[in-house]
Every structure is written in structure tokens, then in C-alpha cells.
Write a protein that binds this ligand. Structure first.
Ligand SMILES: Cc1cc2nc3c(=O)[nH]c(=O)nc-3n(C[C@H](O)[C@H](O)[C@H](O)COP(=O)(O)OP(=O)(O)OC[C@H]3O[C@@H](n4cnc5c(N)ncnc54)[C@H](O)[C@@H]3O)c2cc1C
Length: 474
């Protein structure tokens, strides 16, 4: 028998639903999805709007970029997650405007009225005012970025296999990752073994020793948010995995296949370093979704330097108790030490869950206990089977760290099918050293063929003995 069809906002499925308040959630990431789950099958009408039809598990993007797992392993279709929740409707579309006076969101050339708005549109990458760097150094924020990084790395290896010139081969086998936070460390630590193992086993012309991944960071240590002992353990593991560390390097310019850094020399002076690499990746900057700025324009609320909306203790904004802002989009400083919560998955999930419970409590005339963040710690995988973890003062590195990381990430994964498939692929790669998803994909005009070739970046320029900047192939 055909199922009853209805448009939740205009013609709710059941008469009772008509009287229920309408909660619009913008963004089906960690925060938005948690809020929607908490509101599922409760007396509210929920519309979840996202510009993608899936929830993305960003912490594992680096595994897509390095071919360990495939795109579908780290993304879960949103509709699948709410198939049993009759009060939750998913709408695909990008919210482009907010009419906070009329309480409407604008998307797909239509307006949708809300009683409560939960904004959870997350963050994107920032190039600190140098948007022109984006094309030469893709960020790693969405699936397409991870796929593009994988395409660039693998296409460069393919071209190197057909290149007789050893200097050009060295250039094609070089990768630079900018940013020594968790994402940069994870990406560098995963790409280095990928390239070396592939060069060793799958290619015939490539010398694994010429595969070079360089990790650049302006600071004096990696993973600055973690304890220095874990930074040191991470640096050691990365170097063991063949990653070259270039700390204290501040990027000045990025061009196709080339970047210029300034770095403090041993005598305290500043030196310029030019690096050449076929693949350059950017993991250095984060900026809140543009909806934060739009909300500030519409309501006069404040944002911080990263564009995050400064929220009240219940995640609302001044004068608008009906608007809640959660996850990476908000700056929440109502903490014991007054420091804003970090832009991480754990806080985002807790915020989304709390806001939903608070709404339900208010509907029932109850008061919800104030939001208290439980710090679950932070972790980063440094190389295959090695991770660092800072779990509320308990610091672990190496294989034990990796085990804890694996359990935590599988636990956080919202979908059982993905959980199983990830586990199988991880075990397969541990047992065989093979990667499951080494595919070169992308638009047809990007496909490498012998008669097409890669769009060539210039060959490394020889160092000028008369004092020109040092040029190194990364
Ligand atoms: C590469 C990488 C690795 C990370 N690793 C870790 C880690 O190991 N541990 C950790 O705790 N955190 C990690 N993070 C951070 C973590 O992923 C974020 O803090 C978390 O995703 C924030 O959740 P959110 O719900 O606020 O936003 P998101 O998860 O980013 O979700 C935002 C959603 O909003 C949608 N959206 C955006 N704009 C619009 C619009 N205008 N209209 C409709 N929909 C819109 C997007 O499509 C997206 O689905 C990592 C992040 C990245 C990028």
C-alpha cells in the first residue's frame, strides 16, 4: 500500500502535529544531526536543511585523501538516519538568507517559517585573506577536497612513472602539507607511507626514497593544543614515517607547484625558502560559515575574529531566544575558565544535544540544567598504527593511542554499515599494507591519459649561488 505523503511544514501528517512548534535546523553536521536525533519522535515538527544530502564524518577525511577508505565510508545519507522519525523532514538546499523579523529562512527560492531556528552550518577553510592560494593548495574540509588531494597525489605518481627526467620525478613525488594541527599531521602521516609503499610495490620506475612529504607549520611545535610531550611524540612518529618537518616556516606565497616561506635562521635573521612540490595541501585556517556574519547583519549580534557567533549561555543570541547557534559556528565562552570551547566534534555534538533537550524542557514547562561541557580529550593519528591522545590529562602515544583513537572514532560514527566497512578496511590495510580506494576520480577533463598529461607546474628553478633564495624540492 502506498505510504501517506505530506509536506511537514504545510500539511503535517497528523492533525496533532499542526499545533506542534516548528524547529528548523540548518546544517546536518555533528551538531545539527544530534539536535535532530534528540527531537525525533517528540512533539515538535523538525525541518533539517542541508546543502548536501549526507552527514560527513570530517575527522576521517584524511583517510579518503590517502586512499585508505572511500568517500561512502565517511558519509551517511541524512534521509537514512531519520527514516523512522515521522516528525523530521529533510530538505536539500542551501540557506542563503535569514529574515529574523519574520522568522523565516530563505533557500531554494522559497521561505520557510520557524518557531525556533537552530543554526549549525559549521565552518569552512580560511586562507587568511589569500583566497588566490586555494586553487594551488586545496583545503581538506569536504569530500571533494579529499578526493582532489588524492587525485593530485596519485596523478603526479602516474606522471612520474612515465617521466625519464629524475629531477621532474623528484618534483612529482613531492607533497607539502601546510598546517601542523591534527588534520595536517594526520594527512602528512598517512600520505607518506601511501606514496612510499605504492612506489615500492605498484610502480616500476619510482624510487620510494624520492617520495617526500613535508609538513610546514609556523610554530615551534606540532599539535599546539596538546601537551608538549605529545607534540614531541608526534614529531618523532612522523619523522619515522618519512615526513620532513619544517617548523617556524611562515607561508608568504603559493603558486602552482611552488611556495615561498620565511623562516628564522639559526642566527635569528629571517631567511626565505622556496619549495617545489607537485601537490600542496592546506590545513591551516578555519573560518565560520557565512551564515554567522549574515545573522550578525540581521540581528546585530556579535561575532569573533573567526566569524563565529558569540552566544549566550543557552546558545541563543541577545534579543532572540528563538535562535540558537551551535557547533563550529558559535563561540561559547560560558566555561569555567572563560575560554571558548574548541571547534571540535565533541563540543558540537554536546551543544546540539543540549539545545534540543532545552527546547523540549521549555515546551514542557521545565527548566533544563545549564550546559556543562564534558571534555573528552583530543586525539590525532600520526602514522599507521600510531596516534597521540590527551584524555583529560591521561596522555598516551603509539599503538595504544591508535587503539583508543580507533575505538573512539568507530563509536562516534553515526552509521553501523560505515562502522563495519571502516573496521574491515583498517584491518585489511594493517594485514596487507594495501589501500582500498586508490582511485583517480574527478571531472573527465581532469583524467590523466598518456596524451593528456597533467597540467604542468614549472620545473624547480636551480638555486642561484649568488644569494638567491634557496630552492628545495620538498
Ligand atoms: C579534516 C578535519 C578533521 C577533523 N578532525 C577532528 C577530530 O579528529 N576530532 C574532532 O573532535 N574534530 C575534528 N574536526 C572538527 C569537526 O569535524 C568539527 O568541529 C565539526 O564537524 C563541527 O560540527 P558542526 O555540526 O558545527 O559543523 P559540520 O559538521 O561542519 O556541519 C555543518 C553542516 O552544515 C551544512 N551547511 C553549511 N552551510 C549551509 C547552508 N548555508 N545551508 C545549508 N546547509 C549548510 C554543511 O553541508 C554541513 O553538513 C575535524 C575537521 C576537519 C575539517
Amino acid at each position: 500500500m502506498a505510504k501517506e505523503r505530506f509536506f511537514l511544514e504545510l500539511e503535517p501528517a497528523e492533525a496533532a502535529m499542526k499545533a506542534w512548534p516548528h524547529v528548523v535546523i540548518v546544517g546536518g553536521g555533528f551538531a545539527g544531526i544530534k539536535a535532530a536525533h534528540r527531537l525525533a519522535n517528540r512533539p515538535v515538527r523538525v525541518t533539517l536543511i542541508d546543502k548536501r544530502n549526507f552527514n560527513l564524518f570530517q575527522p576521517l577525511l584524511y583517510q579518503v585523501a590517502s586512499g585508505l577508505v572511500s568517500e561512502a565510508d565517511v558519509a551517511t545519507p541524512l534521509r537514512e538516519q531519520f527514516e523512522r522519525a515521522r516528525n523530521v523532514q529533510i530538505l536539500l538546499g542551501e540557506v542563503v538568507d535569514l529574515d529574523t523579523d519574520k522568522r523565516e529562512v530563505v533557500f531554494n527560492d522559497r521561505r520557510l517559517r520557524y518557531d525556533t531556528l537552530i543554526l549549525a552550518s559549521g565552518s569552512g577553510s580560511s586562507y587568511f585573506g589569500h583566497e588566490e592560494w586555494r586553487e594551488s593548495a586545496p583545503p581538506m574540509k569536504i569530500l571533494e577536497h579529499a578526493r582532489e588531494i588524492r587525485r593530485r597525489v596519485l596523478s603526479a605518481l602516474e606522471e612520474a612513472e612515465q617521466t625519464p627526467d629524475p629531477e621532474r620525478r623528484r618534483y612529482l613525488q613531492s607533497v607539502v602539507v601546510i598546517g601542523g594541527g591534527p588534520s595536517g599531521c594526520e594527512l602528512a602521516g598517512s600520505l607518506s607511507p601511501l606514496m612510499r609503499n605504492s612506489a615500492e610495490r605498484d610502480f616500476r620506475q619510482l624510487d620510494p626514497a624520492m617520495c617526500q612529504v613535508t609538513l610546514v607549520d609556523p610554530g615551534d611545535r606540532l599539535l599546539k593544543a596538546m601537551h608538549p610531550s605529545l607534540s614531541a611524540a608526534a614529531a618523532q612518529s612522523l619523522e619515522k614515517a618519512g615526513v620532513r618537518l619544517l617548523l617556524g616556516g611562515r607561508v608568504q606565497r603559493i603558486e602552482p607547484g611552488r611556495l615561498v616561506l620565511t623562516r628564522k635562521a639559526d642566527d635569528g635573521s629571517s631567511e626565505e625558502v622556496v619549495m617545489e612540490a607537485a601537490t600542496v595541501c592546506w590545513t591551516a585556517g578555519v573560518r565560520a560559515s557565512h551564515l554567522g556574519g549574515l545573522l550578525a547583519e540581521r540581528t546585530g549580534c556579535s561575532t569573533d575574529r573567526g566569524g563565529r557567533v558569540i552566544v549566550e549561555s543557552d546558545f541563543s543570541i541577545p534579543g532572540h531566544p528563538e535562535i540558537r547557534v551551535v557547533g563550529d559556528l558559535c563561540s561559547y565562552s560560558h566555561t569555567a575558565d572563560g575560554k571558548p570551547l574548541p571547534g571540535m566534534a565533541g563540543p558540537a555534538v554536546q551543544m546540539g544535544g543540549w539545545v534540543a533537550l532545552d527546547l523540549l524542557a521549555r515546551l514542557e514547562g521545565r527548566t533544563q540544567a545549564p550546559f556543562r561541557w564534558t571534555d573528552l580529550g583530543s586525539m590525532a593519528v600520526i602514522s599507521p598504527l600510531s596516534a597521540v591522545a590527551d584524555l583529560r590529562g591521561w596522555r598516551v602515544s603509539g599503538f595504544l593511542g591508535w587503539l583508543l583513537w580507533g575505538v573512539a572514532h568507530l563509536g562516534f560514527m553515526p552509521d553501523n554499515e560505515n562502522r563495519l566497512s571502516l573496521l574491515v578496511k583498517w584491518l585489511w590495510s594493517i594485514g596487507t599494507q594495501q589501500r582500498a580506494s586508490l582511485l583517480i576520480t574527478g571531472a573527465p577533463n581532469q583524467h590523466m591519459a598518456v596524451d593528456v598529461g597533467l597540467e604542468r607546474a614549472p620545473l624547480p628553478v636551480e638555486a642561484d649561488p649568488a644569494g638567491a633564495p634557496e630552492t628545495i624540492t620538498a
